[in-house]
Design a protein around this ligand. Structure first.
Ligand code: MG
Length: 160
């Protein structure tokens, strides 16, 4: 029994915020704004997990107007979402994440991003792919107005 899920998220870039992607604080002149730490990649993965099991979306589980999640560590939210997955008898087959950002260059940080996701999702790092791309200066990522992320996950039912 396998289930597939897709997640997508986008956040606006502003000055005076940290840039956190897959739990890695990436040095940059600006960061993403949001109620939590605005980790757009962790949010996309969480939505993919929820989507795979038709459990709604991250906004339903962690309402953006709930003060409990102000400045929240999105990797912790991701761990909580993965707890729902485990409770239903599923484990991660693999995850593939694409972060779309005109800048900064993310290549030096990909290894730590993969490691963070592997820990949150209780799997080997070989099951986690994180890729980065640009949109060639087109659109809201190209103008550096924001960063978005896509994620696809495959869940497999544990043999009991
Ligand atoms: Mg988000």
């Amino acid at each position: 029994m396998v289930r597939i899920g897709h997640g997508y998220d986008a956040h606006r870039l502003v000055e005076g915020r940290r840039l956190v992607l897959c739990g890695v604080e990436v040095p940059h002149s600006c960061g993403l704004i949001g109620h939590s730490d605005a980790d757009v990649a962790a949010h996309a993965v969480a939505d993919a997990l929820l989507g795979a099991l038709a459990l709604g979306d991250i906004g339903q589980h962690f309402p953006p107007d709930d003060p409990a999640y102000e400045g929240a560590d999105s990797l912790e939210l991701l761990r909580q979402v993965f707890g729902l997955v485990g409770a239903r008898g599923y484990e991660l087959g693999n995850a593939d994440v694409t972060i779309v950002a005109e800048s900064p260059k993310l290549a030096p940080h990909i290894g730590r991003m993969r490691a963070n996701l592997a820990i949150a999702l209780s799997c080997g790092v070989d099951r986690i792919s994180v890729k980065a791309t640009t949109e060639e200066r087109m659109g809201f990522t190209g103008s550096r107005e924001g960063i978005c992320a896509h994620a696809v996950v495959l869940l497999t039912k544990r043999a009991d």
